[in-house]
Design a protein around this ligand. Sequence first.
Ligand code: PBG
Length: 311
Amino acid sequence: MRRLVAETRLHRAELVLPMFLREGAAAPIPISSMPGVMQHSEDSFRAALVGAAEAGIGGVMLFGVPERRDAEGSGATDPDGVLNVATRIAAEEVGDALVVQTDLCLDEFTDHGHCGVLAADGSVDNDATLERYRDMAIAQAASGSQLLGLSGMMDHQVAAVRDALDSGGYAGTPILAYAGKYASAFYGPFREAVDSQLKGDRRSYQIDPANGRAGAREAALDEAEGADVVMVKPASSYLDVLAEVAAVSSIPVWAYQVSGEYAMLEAAAANGWIDRRRAVLESITAIRRAGAEAVLTYWAVEVAGWLKEER
Ligand code: PBG
């Protein structure tokens, strides 16, 4: 009876796995604050992609960890930069089975760790960053990315990238806009995952956690600028924002269960303080219930396996 009347059901097709490829790594490197998650070598990356396809999840979101960084984040637009290499590998290995998605942001590639380029006074230069994003979009689409994940939170980034794609021969490449992206402490473990060089914080371009309406407003703006999917991030502490975005959006709404959400549950489970499997499934069910139609989660493959076991 409970199964029959359940309002929310999880399906493996709506799970997306974030993955990290580390340039020059001979073997996968564990991320200590995210037990079970790796910075992949090329070999382990290929194997994990095949595993994700076999698990039947919906897609992967790719991040690159470069060996060298500079002020402009030039590795992001270099066709042989690590993320573009990762994208070509993924498109070739699993491009028909999974939606290959890429993080479109400069923070992994800049030596100062910000999501954009800096003005002379050290502040992030929004409009100069848009020029970099346009070039990055073309580089990613050319590498085979099937969905560009715009996570930098620059104003007008969706319009700029849409225009670059349309005029650059990639009119069919869609955009996932990190619309309701908050300046969150829950990204902490991700900084280790990508060896982030950031010293300060991102509060001048990400949303203040105190403000819920700003998330819905950003989603509406991104939809008007041409986004194909809007996302709320982090997920669990922002279910109210997620519900509001779902109520006003006419395009798909996704959520990103971020590194800190993963780390917290893993730490509690490792201590025997919570039931790991039940807590993971409950957290993702709650994110779906609040309005997300798909969820980016580091547990995507494992959860897909559990769902196959269920009646
Ligand atoms: C930006 C980006 C971040 C995350 C995804 N894309 C970091 C940030 O904005 O500080 C965080 C993901 C996570 O914490 O799991 N490239």
